[in-house]
Design a protein around this ligand. Structure first.
Ligand code: MLT
Ligand code: MN
Ligand code: ZN
Length: 296
């Protein structure tokens, strides 16, 4: 199985257009790597690819990743797209895929409901783009040789559907993780997750690779940095550090390779020279970067 991390950033990317925080400034000045927004590509044979989450940066991600270039005058090795929630950073790239190319679009019925309610997405010609509803916890063929399974993880509805009160630990079809099986290998991709319950540890256990929500280092880092009013948990993202953070919660769970993805620009992990990065690496984690390829 081959996995290419197309984008390692959370919504907004790094640098974020309206952010002058030290990380965004460092990225603008080329002192730390920039990150485009969240998504991966997966293949078992290197010819047929699926995209899992398609960000607003998809056009550039496709232009700069050689495995995803067309083989002929018109065409694409992209056979399917799967989205794990309805967040803008995971679905806006669908608008980039509107140039008359057939593919399957997989999502849970609830996420398809959200996508179906958006008239702009009717630009995806239904004769070419089949919207395929996926039942949780059932195997389906995502792309030749790759079996996928969606499972609910604690999360919330997309930002643009939040009402007066928001349940952030909701378990259902709105936020899912994905297990990908190919060539006898299993990887778990969970870019958004509000907490790490015991059953999730069990589910991940034994995977050949885990790509996990690395949005924030500490729950209140955006508030303390003066960048926003919300905690990570309020945004549906468990922090990385701390007694109930993901490093501690996943410590001791056997996984061959563990990688943080979906990093917010406020996260000190985005700076390769930060002490936090050294701590995460000492705990056995890698920090994803755009274009990183994994062959679990
Ligand atoms: C998130 O992951 O919390 C969302 O992508 C935020 C957003 O919609 O910008
Ligand atoms: Mn996001
Ligand atoms: Zn910033």
């Amino acid at each position: 199985m081959r996995i290419v991390i197309l984008g390692t950033g959370a919504g907004g990317g790094l640098p974020q257009w309206n952010c002058g925080c030290p990380n965004c400034e460092a990225a603008r000045e080329g002192r730390i790597p920039s990150m485009s927004q969240s998504g991966i590509a997966v293949s078992s044979n290197g010819r047929d690819w699926a995209l899992v989450n398609v960000s607003p940066d998809l056009r550039v991600q496709l232009a700069t990743n050689p495995v995803l270039r067309p083989a002929g005058l018109r065409g694409s090795p992209i056979r399917s797209v799967l989205v794990t929630n309805g967040d803008i950073d995971h679905v806006a790239g669908l608008l980039t895929l509107r140039e008359g190319q057939p593919f399957d679009l997989f999502a849970t019925p609830a996420i398809h409901g959200v996508l179906g309610a958006n008239p702009m997405l009717s630009v995806l010609n239904p004769r070419l783009v089949s919207r395929r509803e996926v039942v949780l916890d059932q195997d389906f063929e995502l792309v030749a040789g790759v079996t996928a399974r969606l499972f609910a993880v604690p999360g919330k509805v997309p930002l643009y559907l939040e009402g007066e009160t928001v349940e952030t630990g909701q378990m259902g079809e709105q936020t899912v993780g994905v297990e990908l099986d190919a060539n006898g290998r299993r990887i778990c991709y969970i870019p958004g997750c509000a907490s790490v319950p015991d059953w999730l540890r069990d589910r991940i256990s034994g995977a050949n690779a885990l790509l996990f929500d690395g949005t924030l280092w500490t729950d209140d880092e955006m508030i303390r940095a003066g960048l926003g009013q919300k905690t990570g948990r309020r945004m549906g993202h468990v922090p990385v550090s701390g007694a109930d953070g993901s490093i501690a919660a996943l410590d001791g769970v056997p996984v061959a390779q563990r990688i943080f993805v979906h990093l917010n620009n406020s996260n000190p992990l985005v700076d390769p020279a930060s002490p936090e990065r050294a701590r995460a690496e000492a705990a056995g984690w890698q920090i994803g970067h755009d274009g990183m390829e994994i062959r679990p």
